[in-house]
Design a protein around this ligand. Structure first.
Ligand code: 5RP
Length: 227
């Protein structure tokens, strides 16, 4: 199976999961990226049965609306029942790296505001130790050099993502060469740097369920407990 076919398979599995739990007044959170886009296509089939969604990016909002799916502002939506989104990496504890599509801040807000976070990914995203994928950090533009120097002190090699402006009007540093042995601690340390909006580690609030697309089918994984 190609990577896109695996992404399609997990998107369909997430759709089946959401449909099985669908209730009146239920608000869904919808993520950003190619895997989330396949999920949006599935969701379009039941647009008339959906109370509404909250989108993690302007691009996702546009796609949802093109399928006649109502999109609400989070402030008027209240708690989200289920948030479905992809990831750039996951470990066995379902701690994630996200932000390859530069939507990490809104994605993190939706994950925090949701009862349940269902992550959808193809098997290539599963890793032993997070950090092979460069960790995205959203920063206030004027703080770029300062934040970069502070990240070097933490052992990372930050690279400015040229030409990228987030939906919040900010910039992204992609941090290479991090061996992320304690994702929760690094998530906190990075967020302590003045000028950082947030970083792409989803460790304090990781996923509740991972639907992983493999050559043998879609596996449902739950977080292995932290020792
Ligand atoms: C966007 C993200 C995406 O979930 C992540 O980049 C995975 O993308 P894809 O589904 O295209 O592989 O975090 O900010």
């Amino acid at each position: 199976m190609t990577q896109d076919e695996l992404k399609q398979a997990v998107a369909k599995a997430a759709f089946d999961y959401v449909e099985s739990k669908l209730e009146d007044d239920m608000i869904l959170g919808v993520g950003t990226g190619s895997t989330a886009n396949f999920f949006i296509e599935e969701l379009g089939k039941i647009s008339d049965r959906l109370e509404g969604t909250v989108a993690s990016s302007e691009e996702t909002a546009r796609r949802l609306k093109s399928h006649n799916i109502p999109v609400f502002d989070l402030n008027s939506a209240g708690q989200i029942a289920i948030y479905v989104d992809g990831a750039d990496e996951s470990n066995a504890h379902l701690q994630l790296i996200k932000g390859g599509g530069a939507a990490l801040t809104r994605e993190k807000i939706l994950a925090a505001a949701s009862k349940e976070f269902v992550c959808i990914a193809d098997a290539s995203k599963m890793v032993g130790v997070l950090g092979e994928f460069p960790l995205p950090v959203e920063i206030i533009p004027m703080a770029r050099s300062y934040v970069g120097r502070e990240i070097v002190k933490l052992g990372g090699d930050p690279v400015y993502r040229e030409g990228c402006v987030t939906d919040n009007g900010n910039h992204i540093l992609d941090v290479y060469n991090l061996d992320i042995l304690d994702p929760r601690q690094l998530e906190r340390d990075l967020n302590q740097i003045t000028g950082v909006v947030t970083n792409g580690l989803f460790a304090q609030r990781g996923a509740d369920i991972l639907l992983l697309g493999t050559a043998d089918g879609v596996e449902t994984r739950r977080a292995e407990p932290l020792s």
